[in-house]
Design a protein around this ligand. Structure first.
Ligand code: IMP
Ligand code: MG
Length: 195
């Protein structure tokens, strides 16, 4: 017992305040519904890649960080994690040019790659990322997004795994933000952008 003493959690005596307040965004997809869908997606991906060796999950920062964390832990296949970051919007909800701000660090040549996105809106970001990652000569590139605004598509892009299709509304929570707010909300809610 003694040798485990140094890993006991430090006792923090704070009152537990909920992160969800009266002004919290209206719920669109509940926490347990997200959890169930992530489990289903992970099962399907594990099945599809069962005989493919290690899958490289490429999470798109920042929005996909929570989805990637949950999805990757539910997979039953060998996997490794990479991150890329793009800036496609300013601080609010207005669209801009897609720009790579962080590339993958590992060598993905000859490996199976799955891009993990939070949301596909116009499709410009995902299309750019597929092209960019293909230039690294991977064995394959597929795409997975938690959310899809199907009616908003401006460019055609293949999405292999979709969590939920949603309408034209700005969503926050579970990694997604509006002007960097509400990323850590446990559910997905909607807000009204002011720009
Ligand atoms: P697209 O290039 O128009 O498909 O935009 C994709 C990116 O825009 C996503 O990866 C998000 O970072 C961001 N985005 C689009 N819609 C929303 C939303 O409703 N909430 C939060 N981020 C969004
Ligand atoms: Mg994103």
């Amino acid at each position: 017992m003694d040798r485990f003493m140094n890993v006991l959690p430090y006792r923090i005596h704070l009152s537990r305040k909920s992160s969800v307040t009266d002004t919290a965004p209206k719920e669109l997809i509940a926490e347990n519904v997200i959890r169930e869908r992530v489990t289903e997606l992970a099962a399907k991906i594990s099945e599809d890649y069962a005989d493919s060796g290690e899958l490289v999950l490429v999470g798109v920062l920042k929005g996909a960080f929570i989805f990637l964390a949950d999805l990757s832990r539910e997979l039953t296949i060998p996997r490794s994690i990479e991150f890329i970051a793009v800036s496609s919007y300013g601080t609010g909800s207005k669209s801009g040019a897609v720009r790579l701000v962080l590339d993958v660090r590992g060598d993905i040549a000859g490996r199976h790659v799955l891009i993990v996105e939070d949301i596909v809106d116009t499709g410009h970001t995902l299309k750019y990322l597929i092209g960019m990652l293909k230039s690294h000569k991977p064995a394959s590139v597929r795409t997975c997004t938690l959310l899809h605004k199907a009616e908003q598509a401006e460019v055609e892009v293949d999405i292999d795994y979709i969590g939920f299709s949603i309408g034209d509304e700005w969503v926050v929570g579970y990694g997604l933000d509006y002007a960097e707010q509400n990323r850590t909300l446990p559910y997905i809610g909607c807000v009204k952008p002011t720009d």
